[in-house]
Write a protein that binds this ligand. Sequence first.
Ligand code: ATP
Ligand code: BTN
Length: 325
Amino acid sequence: MNNLTFPILHQLSDGQFHSGETLAKQFGVTRATVWNAVQYAQDLGVTVFSVRGRGYKLANTLTLLDKRRVLQAIGSERDWFHFDVLDEVVSTNTYLMKAAANGAPHVSCVAAHIQTAGRGRRGRTWVSHLGASLTFSLLWRFDCGAAALSGLSLAIGVALIRALRELGMQSPQLKWPNDVLVNNKKLAGILIDLQGDMDGPSAAVIGVGINVDLPEHVLHSIDQAAIDIRHTSMHHIDQSDLLGTVLKHFASVLRHFEASGFVGLRDEWLRYHAYHQATVRMVMPDGRDVEGTVTGVAEDGILLVQTAFGLQRFSAGEISLRGLL
Ligand code: ATP
Ligand code: BTN
C-alpha cells in the first residue's frame, strides 16, 4: 500500500504527461517519493511510461470509480445509500463485515478500486485487476434471522440479471446458486456473509465481483471459463454507471425479499437459470457426486434435482453444480 499512488493515478487518468516535479510540488513530497508511488502502481498492474524531460503518462486508459456518477445512476433511491469508494482493501466483504460489527448503518456500500485478497466461496480466490473489475459489497440489515435468508443469494442473482439487461446485455444467465454466466462462462460472482442470530435480527454483507475489461493474461489465469463485459454484447460500460444501476436493482429486489422472500422472484430466476431442465452433476464436498435433471428451485433457494434415487434437494453452501452435455 502506498498512500500517494491513487492520488497520482487520479491525476494521470487524464491520459496526459505529468512531470515528476509538478506532481511532487502538488503533493508536497520529493520526486523520489513520487517515483516510489508510481512503482507501486506498476506493482498493481498499471503500466506507466516514464519519459525523461516529460514525466509520467499512463500506457492505457484508466477509469476509476466516480462517486457522484454512481449515485446519479442509482437514481431516486440514492439517499438511502451510505456509499464510499476505497482505493485498496483486502476484501470489501471483510471490510464491511467488520464495519457492520461496529455498527455501520443499513445500506452501507463500499466499492474498491483493488482488492488484495478478494474472496469467493469456501476460501477460494476472486481474481480482479485495477480499473478492469468492479468489486463492491452492500450491507443490508434484516429484522428476521439469518435462517430466513437462505434464498437471498438467488434473489441477488435476479437483481444482477435485471441490471445487466437494462444496460443492454443479451442473454446473461444464472448458475445455481450464485454465478452469472454469459456464453457458459463466468462473468460475475456473489458472496454473501451473514451476521447475527438465526432467529433475528441479522445483517447480510452482499459482495459482488463483475469482470469488466480484464487483460487477457488475467482472464486466462482464472481456473474456470471466465468472461468480461468487453467480450459480451454490451462491449463497453462505464463502471460507475454499471455499479449505480446494479445498486438500484439491489435496493428494489431487497425490499421485495424483505417483504415476501424469494418466492415471488422464483419464476424469473428459473427463466434465467442456465441449467433448468438440464442434466447436471451435483458434487459433494467429499468428491462424491450424483447425476440428475434440474426440475426447479424451492422457496428457500434449495435446488430440486430428479435423480435415479428420486427427487433430491440440494442446499447451497457445500455443493457444486456441474453441467453435463
Ligand atoms: P460452485 O462451487 O458453486 O460451482 P464456483 O466453482 O464458481 O462455484 P465460487 O466459490 O462460486 O466457485 O467462485 C470462486 C471461483 O470463481 C474460483 O475458484 C475461480 O474458479 C473463479 N473465479 C475467480 N475469480 C474469477 C473471476 N474474476 N471471474 C470468473 N471466475 C472467477
Ligand atoms: C464467487 O463466485 O464465489 C463469489 C465471488 C465474490 C467476489 C466479490 S468481489 C467483492 C466482494 N469481496 C470479496 O472478497 N468477495 C466479493
